[in-house]
Design a protein around this ligand. Structure first.
Ligand SMILES: *Cc1c(COP(=O)(O)O)cnc(C)c1O
Length: 434
């Protein structure tokens, strides 16, 4: 077999797999200009923190598959749970039927979340859970006989999903949806209250518009897809205070930040700020199966508790609470239970801080920041993600830049050598000290 002698984790001489060419005319890829995009890398298998490609290369995964695979790939405990559940039942409808994995998971999530965030509504994707949170908020006011609270307030830099409803609360410029401005109802998308002036501005804004707003939505601590933007917990305390002052519900979208990514299991737990509704997905099943949840506080739930059938939440995704996914999520929660993740995330944080700091001096770089298992190198201008991806792959790393940022969000189980390979690849490609 021929291998390039000096290429790390080199490809061998295998031809591209036949399935790629056979299916390529029929597969429409995400966020992709199909005409000009280079072909995708073909994954044969994945284990731990590594993807094995069809050409024999191994890449260390710096993204954890869009922040899902917190325990790495193929974790034996999660695998065993899914396999055992597959032997019982893969799926049943959740309308009128119940199963142990979902009921157990709901009770565990309610116990883990702070305050009275106790009422778990399952769905199958993050966007849909945000849609459900929005619908809960709208109907909360309708059920309470309050008219006119029909809009939402969200924040510049935010991202809450790709469906039509969630698009309206994403950042209209930074997000991916400015194209559709005018199609959907305009929401209030405003700056985060990060200092005195912006806090006063938001207070004034709510004084004017608050009576028409059902809820405000925020990704607490880290706005992920909008550019890995960080803010302090004081911002969240301000939001709680202003939400209460103006009678607006507060929704934390912890789809990215939940399950340890920022160093706390949930930001709502670590910050001491409890929202009225929280959305979870991404790492909920440890990156194995699609599942999400909108979890409501007692106050929200009680607005739906009535002898009037019309006051019920009229929602029910076909695959909601899928038993395989719930079994995977329960197994993932088992892995969080011993607390080892916390030391692992702190270790990753320290290593990212040390290793990425030299990138600050690289050409075009305007910021380097790290929080928990999130390491970010931000440029003044958007980067050529395709070209950078290819260079990272040559160095044995799977890293997919986004907008102006090159970032790492590795699985928590990553070892020092693999983490060093990732940070080394970032330094080699973006420049900066040795
Ligand atoms: C990824 C993400 C979503 C959307 O989740 P999907 O499963 O892709 O629909 C929503 N909010 C946040 C904060 C996210 O990171």
């Amino acid at each position: 077999m021929l291998t390039e002698p000096d290429a790390p984790l080199a490809a061998d001489d295998r031809a591209p797999p036949a399935w790629l060419a056979a299916g390529a005319p029929n597969v429409w890829r995400p966020y992709c200009q199909m005409k000009t995009a280079p072909p995708p890398l073909t994954v044969a298998s994945a284990s731990g923190c590594r993807l094995t490609l069809e050409d024999g290369r191994e890449l260390v995964d710096g993204i954890a598959s869009w922040w899902t695979a917190c325990h790495g790939y193929g974790h034996p405990h999660i695998r065993a749970a899914i396999e055992a559940q597959l032997g019982r039942v893969a799926h049943v409808m959740f309308g009128g039927l119940a199963h142990e994995p979902a009921y157990r998971l709901a009770a565990r999530l309610a116990a883990m979340l702070p305050g009275d965030l106790d009422h778990v509504f399952f769905a199958e994707s993050g966007s849909v859970s945000v849609e459900i949170a929005m619908k809960m908020a709208l109907q909360y006011w309708i059920n309470r006989g309050v008219a006119g609270r029909t809009r939402f307030l969200s924040f510049l830099g935010g991202y809450h999903g790709d469906t039509l409803g969630t698009m309206t609360v994403c950042d209209p410029e930074e997000g991916m949806h400015s194209l559709f401005a005018g199609v959907m109802p305009a929401q209030h998308v405003v700056p985060l209250p990060v200092d005195e002036d912006s806090t006063a501005a938001l207070d004034a804004y709510l004084a004017e518009h608050g009576a028409g707003i059902a809820a405000m939505l925020v990704e607490p601590r880290v706005q992920g897809a909008g550019g890995m933007l960080f803010h302090g917990d004081a911002v969240l305390r301000t939001l709680r205070r202003l939400a209460d002052a103006h009678g607006v519900l507060l929704v934390f979208d912890e789809i990215f930040t939940g399950f340890g990514r920022t160093g706390d299991l949930f930001v709502c737990a670590g910050s001491g700020v409890t929202p009225d509704i929280i959305t979870l997905s991404k790492a909920l099943t440890g990156g194995t199966l699609p599942l999400s949840a909108a979890v409501a506080s007692r106050r929200v739930f009680e607005a739906f508790w009535s002898d009037d059938p019309g006051a019920a939440l009229m929602h029910g995704p076909t695959y909601m609470a899928n038993p395989l996914a719930c079994a995977a999520a329960n197994a993932s929660l088992d892995l969080f239970e011993d607390g080892a993740w916390k030391g692992a995330v702190a270790h990753i944080e320290a290593a990212l801080r040390r290793a990425l700091e030299p990138c600050r001096d690289a050409p075009g770089v305007v910021d380097v920041r790290v929080l928990g298992a999130i390491g970010v190198v931000e440029f003044a201008e958007p980067v050529d993600a395709g070209a950078l991806c290819a260079r990272f792959a040559e160095l044995g790393a799977w890293i997919r830049p986004m907008g102006k940022v090159v970032y790492l969000t590795p699985p928590f189980v990553i070892g020092d050598e693999d983490l060093a390979l990732l940070t080394g690849a970032v330094k080699a490609v973006v420049g900066g000290g040795a």
